[in-house]
Design a protein around this ligand. Sequence first.
Ligand code: TMP
Length: 206
Amino acid sequence: MGPFITFEGGEGCGKSTQSRLLLKKLEQQNIPVVLTHEPGGTSLGTEIRKLLKRKRGSSIAPQAELFLFAASRVQLVAELIRPALEETKVVICDRFTDSTLVYQGYGRGLDLTTVETVNNMATGNLKPDLTILLDMSPEQGLARKQSLKDRFELEDLSFHHRVREGYLKMAAAEPDCWLLIDASLPEEKIAEIIWDRVSTLLLPSL
Ligand code: TMP
């Protein structure tokens, strides 16, 4: 199985930029790698993403939201993540199960054990080898968002503070599996810190 690396963080933290930079770096080293994201990454996931992010239309109950993220994840793990890992590719995923724990658990207030159970069902207990957390205050992150805001970005600041608190708690509980980075550092510095850690993880193949 190839190493599985996830990126996590609140709104506007720069995950997508850093996951693309890591993809490029691995490609330059001729390491087989796949980059994907959640929700989405499959045609079913892309449809679910539209439902989850649009701000108009019918409201979505927190439990329904939990299962929509889970459905997108089941498909992504089955269709892309597991097959790629089995081919010993590095898989990078922009958001994964920890997003559900912090957004639906800490943010929406769903029971954390229930969220964890649903996550495990959706992934067949697949866990990342490394989770990179780009940490930033919600005020700073949301201010970076230029485009029209989606359903999550429109949540009040206290929601985003709970999300951040959840992330920091999880990173502190398992420091060996999490890389916590100050997302307000310059982009190149962040990429350097990430490469230092990822290259150690991949040492035998470099
Ligand atoms: P993003 O891809 O632009 O970060 O948007 C995804 C949004 O969905 C983001 O606000 C976080 C949210 N989200 C959850 O609430 N739970 C989840 O399990 C995932 C993967 C994302």
